[in-house]
Design a protein around this ligand. Structure first.
Ligand code: SAH
Ligand code: SF4
Ligand code: F3S
Length: 402
């Protein structure tokens, strides 16, 4: 990676100041529209982008025709998410035509995916700025270059995976606030693109997290959610190897009237210690989102999930014993390549046994560059859709029987 691609606070501040001088000279502040796809991590990133834009002197709108800058924070997790982004970006030729000075910018996970970036380069020529999650801290410089230069600006290199603290954040109104505790993912589930687009796992220090959390509570935020792709592996590589249960305990020990939740837990790293920590802290919301993905051991192994059906069931029993009445939610994928009827029935049996309060259901989507994308698949789309319908019907029945 070239030296100039590294984040340097002073130079980003200088770009912010230049943009501020420019926006301050206008009769009314320029307007930005920030649109977000994907998970809470992306929501949190958009709050940072809005914070940066506010420092540069932008005001906000959600009218695409009024916006001087349209910034779309994209998600790559399933093809459907990408098609929605591309459909909406395609429609922006009209706003750009109506307002030729408008800058259309794309950022987020999809922009760290070479195939998607190439498509934007070739077929979406009204897009003037493209950058991936790794380049986010350098947004002031990238925006400055896109506004100054006549050509389009693309910054989609992989970053150095460092965490940049202290970026401005413009949040929604209280009570809810996101707090990222870690970034990236090292799990490489065979179907998933997140580790490729978000880079290696890295954790913020407990001190930085606690400082941010205390400030949020002081500002009146009372429903905090700690975010990470796998919060249960929080702390690896930090001095003293703090763990997530310890972090949760420390957050709860902060004074004030607030509740804490977290997303997402990976079953392979979830521990009884975590459940006991939740149970003993009244500030922790009684909700656990623990994606199981499949009820079949054969499919779980193919997915590289690192746990068995029995281990998953054991965790749920343990969590429920520690917290009677616990609200349980999960994610499940149907139609993983070569999923058999027997595999699928194991998934159905698992949801009937656990009776989740809510289930997020996905049909497997082939993601370029992942190991699963290289598999040939004997299951037809019609069978996948039919299994999805059966899964939804089973979950509906479970909910009706509550
Ligand atoms: N880190 C979280 C999940 C992040 S992605 C975890 O591991 O629990 C959110 C959900 O999207 C996943 O739990 C999975 O169910 C689903 N998902 C991810 N990749 C997918 C793919 N290629 N096709 C279909 N669903 C997928
Ligand atoms: Fe994707 Fe697995 Fe990481 Fe979750 S844990 S983000 S599903 S690779
Ligand atoms: Fe999507 Fe990126 Fe989140 S791929 S699900 S926005 S980490």
């Amino acid at each position: 990676m070239s030296e100039c691609k590294r984040y340097d606070e002073a130079s980003q501040r200088a770009y912010t100041a230049r943009l501020r001088a420019w926006t301050g000279g206008a009769e009314t502040p320029p307007l930005a529209f920030v649109d977000t796809y994907g998970c809470q991590q992306n929501e949190a990133d958009s709050e940072t982008l809005r914070g940066m834009l506010a420092e540069m002197g932008y005001a906000f709108t959600d009218d695409e025709y009024a916006a001087d800058l349209i910034l779309i924070n994209t998600c790559a997790v399933r093809e459907h998410a990408e098609m929605r982004v591309l459909g909406n970006v395609g429609a922006l030729v009209h706003t750009k035509k109506a307002k030729p000075g408008q800058l259309i910018a794309l950022c987020g996970c999809m922009m760290q995916e070479p195939e998607a970036v190439e498509k934007v380069k070739q077929s979406y020529r009204h897009v003037g700025l493209v950058f991936g999650p790794h380049a986010l801290p350098r947004f002031p410089q990238l925006l400055y270059e896109a506004l100054e230069k006549t050509g389009r600006v693309f910054d989609v290199d992989e970053g150095d995976n460092r965490i940049v603290e202290g970026l401005p954040v413009r949040r929604g109104e209280p009570p809810r606030a996101w707090v990222s505790v870690m970034y990236g993912c090292d799990n490489f589930c065979s179907y998933c693109i997140v580790p490729y687009v978000r880079g290696r796992e890295r954790s913020r220090t407990p001190e930085n997290i606690l400082r941010e959390t205390a400030a949020l509570v002081a500002d009146g935020y009372t429903e905090l959610t700690l975010l990470g792709q796998n919060v249960n592996s929080y702390g690896k590589g930090l001095p003293g190897s703090p763990d997530f249960a310890g972090l949760l305990d420390a957050v709860c020990a902060l004074p004030g009237d607030f509740t804490v939740g977290f997303m997402t837990s990976h079953p392979k790293d979830a521990t009884p210690r975590l459940f006991d920590t939740m149970a003993k802290n009244p500030k922790v919301r009684r909700h656990l989102h623990l994606p199981f993905q499949s009820g079949s051991d054969r499919v779980l192994a193919a997915m590289n999930r690192g746990y068995t059906r029995a281990a998953y069931l054991g965790l749920i029993d343990r969590a429920r014993a520690a917290m009677p009445g616990l609200n349980l939610t999960s994610d499940v994928i149907v139609g993983y390549p070569n999923e058999t009827e027997e595999d699928f029935e194991a998934t159905l049996a698992l949801i009937r046994r656990i009776r989740f309060d809510n289930l997020f259901t996905f049909i497997y989507s082939k993601r370029p560059g992942t190991p699963a994308a290289a598999l040939s698949d004997s299951v037809s789309d019609a069978t996948k859709r039919e299994r999805m319908a059966r899964l939804l019907a089973a979950q509906k029945e479970i909910r009706a029987g509550r």
